[in-house]
Design a protein around this ligand. Structure first.
Ligand SMILES: Nc1ncnc2c1ncn2[C@@H]1O[C@H](COP(=O)(O)OP(=O)(O)O)[C@@H](O)[C@H]1O
Ligand SMILES: [Mg+2]
Length: 239
């Protein structure tokens, strides 16, 4: 479970995240939807222990991300905006490396299992440098899942990959719902509508609306967010 209370982050005089609060439960895919610069990545970095909040708090599985950082981090899988990949490792070597770092008992076995789950098992001996963008993104997902964390945090997981791969990645994420709490960020309205059970709309660091995917467009209009909304729809057409 993810619990966020009045979480804020200030960079100099810019308030990137402004007192946001929300919860995400097991079995739920929660979307963080907002335009560029809304504060999605900053929020996720705080939840995953990469940077401390300026104020407020966040907990993963009941463990505070600052006070109990180690316990919190061990319960979360994180796919960052830009996945750090090592081009000279094999696919299997890369995932095994992460499994070891995270203290997984049988790292090679865990790596093989997660590669199979992400349909990368036929690429296990392929060097990371030779993978397509979509496969790299799935490898990033494998890295986030290899220690079987209860909470999964994915930062714009479908950005920059081709449409066929987008479908596969979205299907993979949808399947995670059964056994995990999933938080996913996106600036694509239709993506949020398609894969999320609940969507939190953020703009300029603040939660401006939230609800079920079916009510989103109405809520955006009611909150006078047509301009933000239009920007997202236009990006949608390109995606
Ligand atoms: N390391 C940083 N230093 C200063 N400002 C930052 C930093 N990272 C992000 N910002 C600013 O914080 C705001 C939120 O950024 P970000 O969390 O990356 O938004 P999103 O992921 O929704 O696009 C933006 O105005 C961005 O320019
Ligand atoms: Mg971002």
């Amino acid at each position: 479970m993810i619990e966020v209370k009045d979480l804020s982050k200030r960079y100099g005089d810019r308030l990137a995240v402004n007192a946001i609060s929300f919860k995400a439960q097991p079995g739920e895919i929660v979307g963080l939807l907002g335009p560029n610069g809304a504060g999605k990545t900053t929020t996720m970095r705080m939840l995953t222990g990469f940077m401390p909040p300026t104020s407020g708090s966040a907990a993963i599985g009941g463990f505070d991300v600052v006070e109990d950082s180690f316990e919190a981090r061990s319960r979360v899988g994180y796919l960052p905006e830009r996945v750090p990949l090592y081009p000279d490792m094999t696919t299997e070597g890369y995932v095994t490396f992460w499994a070891k770092l995270r203290g997984v008992r049988q790292p090679a076995q865990a790596a093989r299992a997660v590669l199979e789950r992400l349909h990368l098992d036929d690429r296990s001996k392929t060097l990371v440098r030779n993978l397509s963008k979509g496969m790299r993104q799935r490898l990033g997902l494998a890295q986030a899942l290899v220690h079987n964390p209860p909470v999964i945090i994915l930062d714009e997981p479908t950005i920059g990959i081709d449409p066929q791969q987008v479908i596969e990645v979205r299907e993979t994420i949808a399947a995670l719902r059964q056994s995990h709490t999933v938080l996913i960020s996106t600036h694509i309205l239709s993506e949020a509508e398609q894969i999320c059970d609940r969507v939190i709309i953020i703009n300029q660091g603040k939660i401006v609306a939230q609800g079920k995917p079916g009510d989103l467009r109405k809520k955006l209009n009611a909150a006078n967010l047509e301009s933000v909304f239009l920007q997202m729809v236009n990006k949608d057409k390109r995606a």
